[in-house]
Design a protein around this ligand. Structure first.
Ligand SMILES: Nc1ncnc2c1ncn2[C@@H]1O[C@H](COP(=O)(O)OP(=O)(O)OP(=O)(O)O)[C@@H](O)[C@H]1O
Ligand SMILES: [Mg+2]
Length: 220
C-alpha cells in the first residue's frame, strides 16, 4: 500500500511562492494498476517523484508498505528505493556506453548480489520483456520501444514489486507504446503494483484506479 498524506509542494521563486501540490491525499493498494492523468503542469511528475522518494515534499508524508519515506535519512531512502521501487522515465535514462544487460545489472551493484547471480537476474529480466536477443546491444542500437523495455527490465530486476512510471509511452510510436502497456498489464497480473502517468485516454480502461489532477489538486 502506498499512502500519501497531506502532501504539499511549493517552490520558492525570487519574490513569490509557487504552490505546485496542494494537500494531496491518496491510498493506492498493492497490486493496483493506477493511472495519473491531467493537463500539462498540473503536478503529475512532481507527485510521482515525491512518491518515489526522488524529491522531498514541503509538507506531508508518504508511506510505502508502512515505511515512512521522509523519516529516513537520504542514504536510507536511496537504499530503500533501490530495493523496492522501480522507476521508468519517458526518456528511458539508460547509460549509452553500457549494453542492455549492463544497464539492467546496474541496480544490483548496491546490493550483496554475487556477480554471477547479477548476470543471471539481468538475463531473466530481459527475457521477461522479450529482449533475450538484444542483451548485448547498446541503447543507440535499440529502437525506442526496446529501450523502454530495457528500462522496465531494470525496474524489476531487483524484485521491486512497485513500478512508478512517468509517461513511459510518451516518446514511443503507438505500436511500441502498446507493447509497453501490455508488459505493464502482464506485470500487474503477476501482482506488481504499477503507478503511471499518461496523456493517452485509451490507457484508462486498463487502470484499476484513475487519479485525475488539476492545478496541483486531485479532482477525481
Ligand atoms: N524546480 C522547479 N521550480 C519551480 N517550478 C517548478 C519546478 N519544477 C516544476 N515546476 C512547476 O511545477 C508545475 C508542475 O510540474 P510537473 O512537472 O509536475 O507537471 P506535469 O503535470 O508532470 O506536466 P507534464 O504533463 O507537462 O509533464 C509546473 O507548473 C512547473 O512549472
Ligand atoms: Mg510530467
Amino acid at each position: 500500500m502506498i499512502t500519501v498524506n497531506h502532501i504539499t509542494k511549493t517552490y520558492q521563486l525570487k519574490n513569490r511562492e509557487l504552490l505546485i501540490l496542494k494537500d494531496i491525499n491518496l491510498e493506492i493498494p498493492n497490486q493496483s494498476f493506477a493511472g495519473i492523468i491531467g493537463d500539462s503542469g498540473s503536478g503529475k511528475s512532481t507527485l510521482l517523484s515525491i512518491m518515489a522518494g526522488l524529491e522531498k515534499p514541503t509538507d506531508g508524508e508518504v508511506l510505502v508498505n508502512g515505511k515512512n519515506l521522509f523519516q529516513m535519512k537520504d542514504r536510507e531512502i536511496s537504499r530503500f528505493r533501490n530495493q523496492s521501487i522501480g522507476f521508468v522515465f519517458q526518456s528511458f535514462h539508460l547509460l549509452d556506453n553500457l549494453t542492455a544487460l549492463e544497464n539492467v545489472m546496474l541496480p544490483m551493484q548496491y546490493g550483496n548480489v554475487p556477480p554471477k547471480q547479477r548476470v543471471e537476474s539481468a538475463r531473466e529480466a530481459l527475457g521477461q520483456v522479450g529482449l533475450s536477443d538484444r542483451m548485448n546491444h547498446r541503447p543507440q542500437e535499440l529502437s525506442g520501444g526496446q529501450k523502454q523495455r530495457v528500462s522496465i527490465a531494470r525496474a524489476i530486476v531487483n524484485d521491486s514489486r512497485l513500478i512508478i512510471a512517468d509517461e513511459p509511452t510518451g516518446n514511443l510510436d503507438s505500436k511500441s507504446g502498446e507493447t509497453v502497456m501490455n508488459l505493464f498489464q502482464n506485470l500487474h497480473r503477476q501482482g506488481y503494483t504499477i503507478i503511471m502517468v499518461t496523456h493517452n485516454m485509451e490507457h484508462q480502461r486498463l487502470f484499476t484506479q484513475a487519479i485525475r489532477m488539476r492545478d496541483g489538486e486531485i479532482v477525481g
